[in-house]
Design a protein around this ligand. Structure first.
Ligand code: GLC
Length: 640
């Protein structure tokens, strides 16, 4: 895989001393439900994350981001929070969060937690109080004002206040019942009906979230990934909007007004190009959100350990996205335009060009990402006949990805992502090359999208399948520290017992994982990859090591003379400081820097590569043949 010597540096060498840590950090997303199960109940937990920290240290990431672990009825995988200051018993206790923070910090890993400010769970005490309050009293109005209650329209207020649709399908409004049993006002929920939207014009809401930030900062967290950061503020008067909100795009029009299916039949909306979205959406990307993030920036600035705010903002075009990371606001914003480009050199080239320009304008780093807990895993998307498709989940009756092709392209895409200057996020399992579970039984699906679209969209369960740690263990070793699975998962009673259990064989027993893994996960298991030459894990480890050694994350980006997106070739150089002399690969000029040339062949034919380089890394064993880079491959050529 490698020619020439490449060493892996200690992670401390990585960050430029004058930059805050997050500028070039590689951050690993942990989805706690599915990372590692320490207590053996079939559901991942915080003690499981702590137990697996050595694995992340070996991989060489700088930080972890934990998806929500707070008290929650789990109607949307924890993104329905009932108590922002405590841990759900499914995942442990507050002490487990503190222990995890301590252990991660001791291992040199920073920890980002998820913050969900657009909505609470309907089980949150505030919402319970709002529903039981008398709307005709001042006190009742005050507690209801924390949410978005509005009178209905039509006869007796039986129609929703406006035509907004939920991101998960169906209407964005649900009618409440007054304490006296009569039908009441409607409340807004851009997501599930169990996720009422908060009213960000309310001063108490603003104060509460500043307190929540401090609660976790006082416990040492290193930042927050801000959920639906583009959604908190709604346009004055809540005007109608003729599109269903996509997490990705708002471009899909609803059926014509009066059509019986209006608002329901919008399956496939996520496949639209976000660049098409140019119209103002009354619940997304409103100007008022920026003031909120400026106030949060000030809260974080009270702490001296450089905590970071990361925006999850499905906003386009990129010019709008980068407004979230202007000085004094957030620090990072996930680049979903890059994620959505798919395996396509022209689209990816455009996304990178514009991202680099826009980032420069505001002086913020780029934040690259290929997959997360909301997307079909890129190793599977890139194996579809159209590798730019972005379906919301895949099921057994859908087109099945070409797994081998997706595996190759997924590894090559990682070489693009991790070669680019800026910060990069890895979704748990990316480093194992995990594919999506594309044949999950519908009866096991838990994503509210599946139910709310009446099955038209499979939803996100297929990318949330528990991690395979050990190929030969039941549940592929998801229950870390346990040896045997004895029966169905108590946390998802529909999950069948893992085959092959033997209750007498080992002292510790565990339930089957809350979602079953596909058979193929055995070949991807961590114990088949760690220390195995040529494995995806080892490729990631090597890329992270070299990225750190050369400081690629803070390097200077330029398209190279090999760049030819129309022919499917993506090629850029990253020049990095380091005090050693070197020669530019393209021009041959002497420059006081180290240079890496990142090349990906996303086309159909083999392509020429530079003749001279000190060392190279290839995306897989057959990537280079007869001195040429083969299709569906990538390489880093290093010149010092
Ligand atoms: C974000 C989360 C997603 C969640 C939604 C509602 O997009 O990433 O998982 O369903 O917000 O909170």
């Amino acid at each position: 895989m490698t020619t020439g010597p490449l060493s892996t540096p200690p992670s401390e060498a990585r960050n430029h001393p004058i930059n805050p840590w997050w500028v070039d950090a590689v951050i690993y997303q942990v989805y706690p439900r599915s990372f590692a199960d320490a207590d053996g109940d079939g559901m991942g937990d915080l003690a499981g994350v702590t137990a697996q920290l050595p694995y992340l240290e070996e991989l060489g990431v700088d930080a972890i981001w934990l998806s929500p672990f707070y008290v929650s009825p789990q109607r949307d995988g924890g993104y329905d929070v009932a108590d922002y200051r405590d841990v759900d018993p499914l995942f442990g206790r507050l002490e487990d969060a503190e222990r995890l923070l301590d252990a991660a910090h001791a291992a040199g890993l920073r920890v980002i937690v998820d913050l969900v400010p657009n909505h609470t769970s309907s089980a949150h005490p505030w919402f319970v109080e709002a529903l039981s309050a008398d709307p005709n009293t001042e006190a009742g109005r005050a507690v209801r004002d924390r949410y978005m209650f509005r009178p209905g329209t039509g006869a007796d207020g039986a129609e929703a206040p406006n035509n907004w649709q939920s991101t998960f399908g169906g209407p964005a409004w649900t009618r409440s019942t007054n304490p006296d049993g009569t039908p009441g006002d409607w409340y807004l929920h851009l997501f599930d009906s169990s996720q009422p939207d908060l009213n960000w014009d309310n001063a108490e809401v603003r104060g509460e979230f500043e307190d929540i930030l401090r609660f976790w900062l006082d416990r040492g967290v290193d930042g927050f990934r801000v959920d639906v950061a583009h959604g908190l503020v709604k346009a004055e008067g809540l005007p109608d909007h003729h599109a269903r909100p996509g997490m990705v795009t708002d471009a899909e029009p609803l059926a014509a007004a009066g059509d019986a299916d209006a608002g329901e039949d919008v399956a496939g909306h996520r496949e639209s190009n976000p660049q098409d979205h140019a119209h103002p959406v009354p619940y997304h990307d409103q100007e008022g959100v920026h003031e909120i993030y400026r106030s949060w920036n000030a809260v974080l600035a009270e702490y001296d350990h450089d905590p970071v705010l990361v925006a999850e903002a499905w906003v386009s075009p990129l010019e709008r996205l980068f407004r979230y990371v202007r000085p004094g606001e957030m620090h990072q914003a996930f680049n979903f335009t890059f994620l959505l480009a798919g395996w396509d050199a022209v689209r990816m080239s455009d996304a990178i060009t514009v991202s680099v320009q826009e980032a420069e304008k505001v002086g913020a780093p780029n934040t690259w990402v290929l997959s997360n807990h909301d997307t079909v895993r890129h190793a599977s998307r890139f194996g579809l006949a159209d590798p730019t498709r972005y379906p919301n989940g895949l099921g057994a009756e859908d087109e099945q990805p070409d797994e081998a092709l997706g595996w190759k392209r997924g590894r090559a895409a990682a070489m693009i992502e991790l070669g680019l200057p800026g910060s990069a996020y890895i979704y748990q399992g990316d480093e194992l090359g995990l594919p999506e579970h594309t044949t999950l039984d519908d009866s096991l699906r838990q994503d509210p999208t599946f139910v709310r679209t009446e099955g038209a969209e499979k939803g996100r369960d297929g990318c949330r399948v528990p991690m395979p740690w050990r190929a030969d263990a039941p549940g592929f070793g998801f229950a870390v520290g346990h040896h045997v699975n004895t029966g169905p998962s108590p946390v998802n009673p529909n999950t069948p017992a893992t085959p092959g259990h033997d209750a007498g064989a080992a002292p510790l027993t565990a339930a089957a994982p809350w979602l079953p893994q596909p058979e193929s996960y055995g070949t991807y298991a961590a114990d088949r990859q760690v220390d195995v030459v040529g494995s995806t894990f080892e490729l990631y480890r090597q890329l992270l090591g070299v990225r750190g050694e050369l400081d690629l994350g803070t390097g200077a980006f330029a398209w190279s003379r090999f760049h030819s997106p129309e022919l499917g070739v993506l090629a850029f150089t990253v020049a990095t400081g380091g005090g050693q002399g070197g020669y530019d690969l393209d021009s041959g000029d002497h420059i006081p820097e180290k240079v890496a040339l990142v090349m990906a062949n996303m086309g159909q034919t083999a392509v020429e590569v530079p003749e001279e380089y000190a060392a190279a890394i290839f995306s897989h064993d057959e990537a280079m043949q007869d001195g040429q880079l083969m299709p569906d491959s990538a390489a880093w050529f290093l010149r010092r």
